[in-house]
Design a protein around this ligand. Structure first.
Ligand code: GLC
Length: 816
């Protein structure tokens, strides 16, 4: 520690202090500190060793006005105390040291010997690390769920072929959440230079973070729950627009769908085999010589091709758009870019040249508003062919792909950066973010009432406002299948809710090897779909050189298993969509680590390979090929095995023997899960009946506010939606389910309710809206069940009841 400490000049003693409403300024021997109280739970901390703080704008923070809060200040010769309702900040004078307390504890404490220090341009902030503190977040990172003991760098970069210890990767999210005995705080370091975080790797009792340049500029979010931290973070940086529902379906992709014939065949296979899918993705081959915003008209001669498939078969098409513009005097993007000064330049005034798929390219400077606007307008070329989603790739940016012999330098680059003219190192982290912003804003201008949908590889904090994210070029093996889970969970809680990994894996290092062990991959592909069907963004994608990886390429049995899982995703879509609605209001992601739902259960810190959809559905995917026994942790509560309806008590590990047909899925008792009937794509049919699956336990009550809208326009922002409150109550030998009157402007189609009570015993008597109704003894299948009747399946212990959705208050009562 001593050696490390000596590298830095620490901030020193407080020499003077001023304050103005919620801003507290400290001048110390070697630097300035400013604390701004934003709310009862959130404050900002800035520090610099310059004469003043660096220019104060952020690409990320959207909330700049905060309500007044009551703040009290006490000062004496030794320290200052700034307090809000929840927090007390104690600032010692000599040397400057900050300790944050909540009502009963110190929760964030500077190192004894000093806190904020500088080594030339680099700053570091050193904090005490209690031995029971754990960390989560950091966006897209490999490694375990719990980030204690890790060192990470935030520096977006092309990470083709990354493995389980590779760092940094494509995305940068300088954000983490601490959890200690169930209590949380979060830190967002809003600095776009390369930042680093040592979370107890170098020292056992201290952690530190910092940046290579710029000021210390962080936001502190108090929980006490992890959920409240996320809500605070997303209050500051904004929340998602609702994704179009089609983007919650399954995507079929591959580098190699290079012409109309192939795309037609894929569309045909999906529909004729009845594999649900909403989207087909076009990789770089649709373009003319990899020139973005062009079409290869030999390969895609029919200008109405996508429109026909969109209208006829309900497919959405997503095209890749890379940032590099081919240097070609006959190419409009090149000419317009040069003419209007849209490209990144070097200090000597020449354009920066990189090498990507088209060969030599220039890069648009997305830190310039004019460049972003120009880019946004060009999307029309794709929309004119009925493309509905945009895939931004290579936007770290990747600048040295081929041929590898080029040594592309980044040292002398100048980015416009809101007029500050700053180097590459300050802008690389936000390159993908700003490209996504240009795309998002462009789509909104071109189709003002359609929800934009973008997929991006690179990004920074705030990327969720513009795009979904996938984890880039993973590898087709078991290790990558497994590691996708903690990766996506940490991305989710870092505010990247629509995230996914390439199902089946992208890279294959030895094609021949893969052929030899085809069987191995078949199981891998099945298991990966059983997991990936529940990724928030679910896409099968692979490399050009790899063998076909579509669900039907592995024989009938594999196809049926995969289909069953994609079907299950679609079955639960209304529930899943409602999790996105919740996320748009609170920031809480749909895909959740167990720790988010059970913050007091310390075992959950280590549950890397299980996850939840909301509060009710728990998945325990199979992550190894030869897994004889699968150990599953069930947290507190009663859990129902989705496949058998068998009940298990929580707060214990259980063991099961895995079968290839299924992965374990458990439903938390008292769950209310709105579902839809089988559908091959969004809007294939009307949502009729609306299925409500209920898992009543012995006692208790739960509610679910079910929200509906058209699923694709922005009318929901103008109150075009409706909500229905469902309440499930269990009391002694009665179960009641109440549906409140629907409220709101959106009117769903005419439909029935099909309510399914799972894992119960056969009722003696059933009351629907005050009238006793009869058992339908003849109906052996759901489709045949008559309205206002019920049926019971002895084997599965499920009771079904169907009736018209009147939009009014309705109720069911079961007497057991
Ligand atoms: C990059 C992307 C990959 C894509 C390929 C070709 O490697 O990560 O998904 O298929 O480029 O565009």
């Amino acid at each position: 520690m001593e050696k490390f400490r000596r590298k830095f000049v620490f901030i020193g003693k407080i020499e003077s202090f001023t304050h103005n409403n919620n801003k507290f300024n400290f001048k110390s021997t070697n630097g300035l500190v400013r604390i701004t109280i934003l709310s009862e739970r959130i404050f900002r901390l800035q520090a610099t060793n310059r004469d003043d703080f660096v220019s104060d704008y952020s690409w990320v923070v959207i909330k700049n006005k905060w309500d007044n809060v009551e703040i009290s200040l006490n000062e004496n010769e030794e320290y200052f105390e700034i307090s809000t309702q929840y927090l007390k900040l104690k600032i010692e004078r000599d040397p400057f040291r900050l300790t944050v307390f909540d009502t009963d504890d110190s929760i964030w404490k500077d190192a004894e010997f000093g806190s904020i220090g500088w080594d030339k341009e680099t700053f570091v902030y050193i904090k005490k690390l209690p031995n029971d503190e754990h960390f989560f977040g950091f966006g897209e990172k490999t490694g375990a769920l719990d980030k204690r003991g890790y060192y990470y760098i935030m520096k977006t970069r092309e990470s083709a072929g990354y493995q389980d210890k590779t760092d940094p990767l494509y995305q940068s999210h300088p954000f983490f959440i601490s959890v200690r005995h169930g209590k949380s705080y979060g830190i967002f370091l809003d600095n776009t230079w390369e930042t680093f975080f040592d979370m107890g790797k170098k020292f056992n009792d201290h952690y530190f973070f910092g940046a290579k340049n710029g000021d210390l500029n962080l936001y502190f979010f108090y929980g006490p729950t992890m959920k409240e931290v996320i809500t605070g973070y997303t209050e500051l940086i904004g929340r998602i627009l609702l994704p179009p529902i089609w983007s919650l379906g399954y995507f079929q992709s591959r580098w190699g769908y290079k012409n109309q014939e192939i795309v037609s065949r894929i569309a045909h296979e999906l529909r004729s085999r009845k594999i649900p899918a909403d989207s087909i993705v076009l990789d770089i081959d649709y373009m003319d010589g990899y020139r973005v915003f062009t079409w290869n008209n030999k390969r895609f001669p029919d200008k109405n091709f996508f429109k026909k498939y969109n209208e006829g078969d309900g497919f959405n098409f997503v095209t890749i758009v890379d940032p590099g513009i081919k240097i070609d005097k006959n190419y409009f993007m090149y000419n317009e870019g040069i003419k209007n000064d849209y490209f990144v330049k070097k200090k000597n005034g020449k354009y920066w040249k990189g090498y990507v798929w088209p060969g030599a390219v220039h890069f648009p400077d997305f830190t310039k508003e004019e460049t972003r606007e120009w880019w946004g307008k060009k999307l029309k070329i794709l929309l004119d062919r009925a493309i509905t989603g945009i895939w931004n790739d290579m936007n770290e940016p990747s600048f040295n792909i081929q041929p590898y012999a080029h040594r592309v330098k980044t040292k002398d680059l100048i980015f416009y950066d809101n007029g500050l003219n700053t180097p590459f190192e300050k802008n690389r982290n936000v390159y993908g973010l700003l490209m996504a912003k240009a795309t998002h804003d462009g789509l909104l201008k071109l189709r003002p009432n359609k929800r934009p949908w973008i997929l991006t590889r690179s990004g920074f904090a705030g990327i969720h406002r513009y795009a979904a994210v996938w984890t880039g070029d993973n590898t087709s093996n078991w290790k990558h299948l497994a590691m996708s889970i903690p990766m996506l969970l940490n991305m989710s809680i870092s505010s990247i809710p629509q995230c996914g990994a390439d199902i089946g894996g992208f890279n294959i290092w030895f094609t021949a090897f893969r052929k030899l062990f085809f069987k191995l991959n078949k199981i891998l592909i099945i298991r990966w779909h059983q997991l990936g069907a529940f990724y928030p963004f679910s896409r099968n994608h692979t490399l050009k050189q790899s063998k076909p990886q579509e669900p039907w390429e592995f024989g009938e049995k594999a196809e049926n298993i995969i289909k069953k899982y994609i079907n299950l995703r679609y079955h639960w879509l209304p529930y899943f969509y409602n999790l996105f609605i919740e996320c748009s209001k609170t920031g809480i992601p749909p895909m959740r680590p167990l720790i988010l739902e059970f913050p007091d259960d310390e075992i959950c810190y280590r549950i890397d390979y299980q996850f939840m959809w909301g509060s009710y559905i728990l998945f325990a995917p199979i992550i190894k090929k030869h897994q004889k026994i699968h150990k599953i942790y069930l947290p507190e509560g009663v859990w129902i095995d989705y496949w058998s309806n068998k009940k298990f008590n929580g707060k214990q590990f259980i063991e099961i023997v895995p079968k290839i047909e299924d992965i374990p899925i458990f439903i938390k008792s008292n769950a209310i899960i709105p579902c839809q009937p089988q559908m091959l794509y969004f809007k294939e049919k009307q949502l009729n009946p609306l299925i409500i699956e209920l898992y009543p336990n012995d006692k208790g009550e739960s509610t679910f506010i079910f929200q509906e809208d058209d699923g694709e326009s922005l009318n929901y922002l103008k109150n075009e939606f409706c909500t229905t409150k469902f309440t499930l109550k269990i009391y002694e030998k009665t179960i009641s389910f109440n549906i409140d009157k629907r409220i709101g402007n959106y009117i769903p189609n005419k439909r029935d309710y099909l309510v399914i009570f799972k894992a119960i015993q056969k009722p003696q008597k059933v009351i629907l809206n005050e009238n006793e109704i009869k058992e339908d003894i003849n109906s052996k299948s759901i489709d045949k069940l008559e309205n206002n009747k019920w049926s019971f399946n002895e084997k599965s212990k499920e009771m079904l009841i169907k009736f018209e959705d009147s939009g009014d208050k309705q109720s069911i009562k079961l007497f057991l």
